[in-house]
Design a binder for this molecule. Structure first.
Ligand code: SF4
Length: 482
């Protein structure tokens, strides 16, 4: 059941938009970015946007096929959604190469902020925040794509330089409420800020998104509006939620009114007794922390300085506030990983387990565009697999598949040649299949993963950080490890 979906019929719109999420309904309805784009389009009386997911070739709102719509807009949150998207479109008869298609396809979201790996397929890209650019869609979509030029938008048809669009948070939002989300029944997705004040060298958000806080009055307005429509809980969205100047007050009020909430990962510098007591009062049972590494030199390398003692201290203190579980996120796969580094991770998990139940995930480093580590080669797959096997055996944490991480990296820091590879190999997102397909095309994927890297997106698309600052971030990191 949903509350707040558009009631407009496709026949009522001057422009009919198929808004596609390359995942399941549950994933789509749990993505605030996707829901905001839906609202941005439908608030224009001349536009009708209806949703599609990979589970059906028909729109959720009206059961119409893709071909009943004028343009397809897609939210891409993670790079591995691209091959899924292409499989779906080709299954339902949409030509994939942009030159052979009449229906225009526009992508947006952090999975395509480097547009080159999908540029043989897509006609255009919303780059950065969509609030100021998505509403302009009806003004330009009828023009030849060679003429699509504006700030915060890139088109491979003209390859014109552009820059990220940054919204100032002056605008509020209303999203659909659903009883079938990844976060339970009828959550309000509350975005109190966007961006992050830290700049961990691997992190796309930290390097492309300046931190902006939403005004308290607007947060209250969003809560009142969604609770009056049937929201039952609050899911805080954002990378640095706890940096909001009024977050303690907001959480305290929610706890007082017994409104359940969940938080993304917590910075340990925020974990005062007062804050833990608010979490305890609200019935929070899991504390999520992302130290990324337990090895001090690696902490300096990635520029994320969460010390191991603080993690163990959090494990000790959380119990006394009724929190039962500590969820930890780590990342391995940097070149030159040592046994000492892996052992530090295992020891930290074991130490924290003396005080609280510990679960978590160990992911593999995937270089991201616009970050200092866009220049950093990955560790060889076999080597990372060896370390992950050891970590899994000793800690039982979930671990990522390093071959999958390698493919994700190609779609993250690839160029136009990788977009040709995507068109050829999308049907089987398997490392050996892609490697073979690449080699038949004369592409050596090892050059992309392990060699020194070209960064063509830096020539065309600017973030708020000067390219020199990004390069310096990389050079400083290398000095740390030398
Ligand atoms: S990893 Fe987390 S703390 Fe670091 S820059 Fe990214 S969002 Fe911020």
């Amino acid at each position: 059941m949903e509350i707040g979906a558009t009631e407009k019929k496709a026949s009522e719109g001057r422009l009919k938009v198929a808004l596609l999420y390359p995942g399941t309904y549950k994933e789509a309805i749990s993505s605030l970015g996707h829901l905001i784009v839906y609202e941005l389009l439908n608030e224009n009386p001349d536009v009708v946007a209806h949703r599609f997911t990979l589970e059906s070739p028909f729109s959720i709102e009206e059961n119409l096929p893709l071909k009943a719509y004028d343009v397809i807009v897609v939210s891409v949150h993670f790079e591995p959604q691209l091959p899924k998207l292409l499989s779906y479109l080709s299954r339902y008869g949409v030509p994939l190469r942009r030159e052979s298609r009449e229906t225009r396809i526009i992508l947006g979201g952090p999975g395509v902020w480097n547009p080159y790996p999908s540029s043989a397929f897509a006609d255009g890209y919303f780059i950065g925040d969509g609030e100021d650019t998505v509403p302009k869609l009806p003004d330009f979509v009828h023009l030849p794509p060679e003429d699509w030029k504006m700030k915060g938008f890139y088109s491979p048809w003209n390859d014109e330089p552009t820059s990220f669009s940054y919204h100032d948070f002056s605008r509020s939002y209303h999203h659909i409420l659903s009883d079938s989300t990844a976060y339970g029944r009828f959550p309000l997705f509350l975005e109190v800020n966007r961006g992050c004040r830290f700049a961990c060298r691997f992190c796309l958000i930290g390097w492309t998104q300046p931190q902006r806080n939403r005004k308290l009055s607007q947060i209250v307005e969003i809560m009142e509006e969604h609770f009056s429509r049937g929201a039952e809980r609050v899911v805080f969205m954002g990378s640095d939620v706890l940096a909001h100047p009024h977050i303690d007050r907001i959480l305290d009020d929610l706890a007082y009114f017994r409104i359940p909430f969940s938080l993304p990962s917590t910075r340990l510098d925020k974990l005062t007794d007062e804050f833990l007591s608010i979490l305890g009062k609200a019935g929070v049972k899991t504390l999520t922390v992302a130290p990324e590494t337990a090895y001090w030199k690696r902490k300096l390398f990635i520029a994320k300085l969460i010390d191991n003692e603080s993690v163990v201290d959090a494990a000790k203190r959380a119990r006394s506030y009724g929190i039962r579980k500590l969820k930890l996120y780590f990342m391995v796969g940097y070149p030159g990983t040592t046994e000492e580094e892996v052992k530090a991770l295992i020891d930290l998990v074991k130490e924290a387990r003396r005080y609280i139940m510990v679960t978590g995930t160990v992911s593999v480093f995937v270089p991201k565009p616009y970050t200092p580590f866009q220049y950093l080669p990955m560790e060889r797959i076999e080597e990372t697999a060896r370390w992950l096997k050891l970590i899994k055996k000793e800690t039982h944490l979930d671990v990522m598949n390093p071959k999958r991480a390698a493919l994700q990296a190609l779609l993250s820091i690839g160029d136009r040649r990788i977009s040709e590879l995507l068109l050829r190999a999308y049907k089987n997102f398997n490392y050996h299949y892609w490697k073979r397909a690449a080699s038949e095309m004369g592409i050596n994927i090892d050059d992309y993963l392990y060699g020194s890297r070209e960064t063509p997106w830096m020539e065309k698309i600017r973030t708020y950080v000067h390219p020199r600052g990004i390069k310096e971030g990389f050079e400083v990191a290398l000095e740390v490890m030398n």
